[in-house]
Each structure stands twice: as C-alpha cells, then as structure tokens.
Design a protein around this ligand. Sequence first.
Ligand SMILES: *[C@@H]1O[C@H](CO)[C@@H](O)[C@H](O)[C@H]1NC(C)=O
Length: 145
Amino acid sequence: MLKVAIACALLFVAVSATPYRDCGSTAALTAVRVPGCNALPCIVYRGTNVTVEYDFTAVDPSNTLTTDVKGVISGATLPWPGQFPPACGDVKVGDCPVAVAEPITMATVLVLSPAFPSVNAKAIWTLRNDNDGPIVCFEVTVTLL
Ligand SMILES: *[C@@H]1O[C@H](CO)[C@@H](O)[C@H](O)[C@H]1NC(C)=O
C-alpha cells in the first residue's frame, strides 16, 4: 500500500505541470511542462539543456511550425540566444502538417549556455504557423543559476 502511494506520488511529480500565463494562443493550450518546475519561477541551470513540453489542440491547419523564444531581462526584450530547429522536428505527439483539431505535444530543447548571465528573466515562448501567426504563446518566469 505504501509502495503504491509512493509510486503515485512519483508519477504525479513526473507528469505535473508548470504554471504559465497565456499570451495569446490561438490554439487551445492545455499544459506546459518545464522539467522539475511546478511553481514559478522555474529554476534552470546554465550549461544544461532543458526539454520544454507543451500540449495544444490546433484550431487552424499549418504546414510548418516555428519556435520563437524571447527573454525579458530588466524590462528589455531580447531574442533567446541560439537557433531553434524547425519545430516540426519537435512534435512528440501528432505530426506535421498540423490539422484542425489535432492534439499536439511538443518537446523542444532549450539550450542554456554556460555563457548566459545568472539572472531572473521572463521567457515568452511562441509557436508560429505558416503565416507567422501565434499558434501558442505562453510566458514563464525563470531564474538562471
Ligand atoms: C545541448 O544541446 C546542444 C544542441 O543540441 C548540444 O550541442 C549540447 O552539447 C547540449 N549540451 C548539453 C549539456 O547536453
């Protein structure tokens, strides 16, 4: 019985979600998962890679998906350093082209360079469609350690 309770607790931690602010998703965004982050700000470590996952249901079709991440540090909005590969390669559940009503889970690697400063920042994460429109937009505060 205790073993079951512990297993359930571990499972809950593993799948529990990260709080976020929606900043204009056109799709139905249902969950965001930053590993180990169940409360904001998310603590992330420079020199590591973090796989950010999120789930949404598309309301418009799109052939392409583009990840666009910005960081807000001391009021200044900057592109997140580094290149994101075409996001169709990050589709974990579902596929490209994205169809109307298709449930999608994304898993995108965020590279945290050791060269980044140790700061508090807000990450604005956008997934764009063929027309550059935001399919998904969410904001998460992070502390880079
Ligand atoms: C993070 O990902 C980048 C790009 O895929 C890779 O070059 C780098 O070695 C990775 N770093 C770590 C710490 O896994």
